[in-house]
Write a protein that binds this ligand. Structure first.
Ligand code: AMP
Ligand code: MG
Length: 400
């Protein structure tokens, strides 16, 4: 292990420096969920496109209560009245229907008395009352969504309202997930002596997909030099980002590093001052990013969260959504690690001020259940002695 270990921030910078945004493509809006916009989206038209009624009622001229008006037509949603409105007249109107030419207000249904083709206004109505103006929400040619925005439900809604049928988004990064280990068995396979199930595979694939990657299914590599090299070589050919778990330490059966060196992947770091996750490795070959994550399931998840997730976001050109600075108070004292920052899986409860974070069960890097029901990672800075209960710590979002 190289010495000294680099900090998490330094490691994240080395990753981000090497990421180039991928090319863009056009997708239909209905396929846009979770994609990242690669161009600003501009409104094609005013939204709403015309002055419309906010109520079911009657389009009228603004005026006093007690007027008797003749109903001369109807404007329904999608079927505007062909008539314009004159003095002494009213046009029946539904919510969302076009306000007829000549009308200056809408009086709500409940404020009129209707009889024999006429209405009597039971309340005064001011100019513009109950009218939604054209362009009130969005002006034609204004920017609706910025490049780098991750598209969620309401971004898709706003895009359609603004007239878009297709969106220009960054293509999804191709991710190759490889799990090394002679001990690994497929889901449900009976275990022989010394064998375990490959729990990293579904987690790393799921996390990759959550972050917008196209991961397919994970490959498995035996702890054998030539198999490792062959598997990694294939992954480097087809992926934008390779995630390989296990085999990245210094044991006699850890073949990932020499195989990557042989394949021309340039090492940019190996060893982060992080617990769990110390032996994390990162390198590049041309534009392909390669992450060697430690094999223990929690270490793999933590290092994916801290290093791979930001890389996948940056490959898509996503602007980091750092809305709220997340902090919590420790609910219990935590022993510090002298050299490494710790990422504790914590549960959060409402406190008097900040949320209170308590470790979610035993924190060993093999304890996969410490992830179940965890709300976040609480970051414990390195140091000596105990970090006392009540100390404010930074939280990292835990993807799932
Ligand atoms: P390694 O990083 O290869 O030394 O593995 C460290 C620990 O993680 C060992 O106990 C491995 O058995 C375990 N491990 C490695 N890969 C996986 C995996 N894909 N799923 C679950 N555990 C794993
Ligand atoms: Mg191993």
């Amino acid at each position: 292990m190289p010495s000294p270990l680099i900090t998490i921030t330094e490691a994240q910078q080395r990753v981000i420096e090497r990421v180039r945004r991928l090319e863009s493509e056009r997708v239909r809006v209905e396929d846009g969920l979770d994609r990242v916009l690669a161009e600003d989206l501009v409104a094609a038209e005013d939204v709403p496109p015309f002055a419309s009624s906010a109520m079911d009622g009657y389009a009228v001229l603004a005026g006093a209560a007690g007027r008797l008006l003749t109903v001369v037509g109807e404007s329904r949603a999608g079927a505007p009245s062909p008539r314009s409105l004159g003095e002494g007249e009213a046009i029946r109107i539904s919510t969302g229907a076009c306000v007829p030419a000549g009308a200056t207000a809408v009086i709500a249904q409940e404020n009129v008395q209707q009889r024999d083709g006429q209405i009597e206004t039971g309340a005064a109505v001011g100019a513009g009352e109950n009218v939604r103006h054209a362009g009130e929400d969005l002006r034609a040619a204004s920017t609706v969504l910025r490049s780098g925005t991750r598209l969620g439900a309401w971004e898709l809604g706003a895009a359609v309202a603004a007239g878009a049928a297709e969106l220009v988004v960054t293509r999804r990064p191709r991710v190759a997930v490889l799990c090394t280990g002679d001990e690994l068995r497929a889901p449900g396979e009976p275990l022989g002596p010394g064998e375990i199930h490959n729990s990293n595979a579904p987690m790393l694939v799921a996390l990759s997909e959550r972050c917008g990657g196209l991961a397919g299914s994970a490959g498995r590599l035996a702890d054998d030099r030539s198999a490792t090299e062959a598997g990694l070589s294939d992954a480097l050919e087809r992926a934008d980002l390779v995630v390989v778990s296990g085999g990245v330490s210094v044991g006699p059966h850890d073949h990932v590093k020499p195989a990557l060196a042989r394949l021309g992947v340039q090492e940019l770091f190996w060893g982060v001052a992080l617990q769990p996750g110390k032996p994390t490795w990162f390198g590049v070959r041309d534009r392909t990013l390669v992450f060697g994550l430690p094999g223990n399931p929690v270490s793999a998840v933590v290092t994916f969260t801290l290093f791979v997730a930001p890389a996948l976001a940056a490959l898509q050109g996503a602007v980091p959504e750092r809305g709220l600075e997340l902090e919590a108070e420790l609910g219990v004292g935590v022993a510090r690690n002298p050299r490494r920052e710790q990422a504790l899986r914590v549960r959060l409860e409402r406190g008097d001020g900040r949320p209170v974070a308590t470790p979610n069960g035993p924190q060993g890097s093999h304890v996969i259940t410490s992830l179940l029901g965890a709300h976040a990672l609480a970051m414990i800075p390195p140091g000596t002695g105990e970090l006392r209960a009540g100390t404010v710590v930074r939280l990292e979002e835990l993807l799932d």
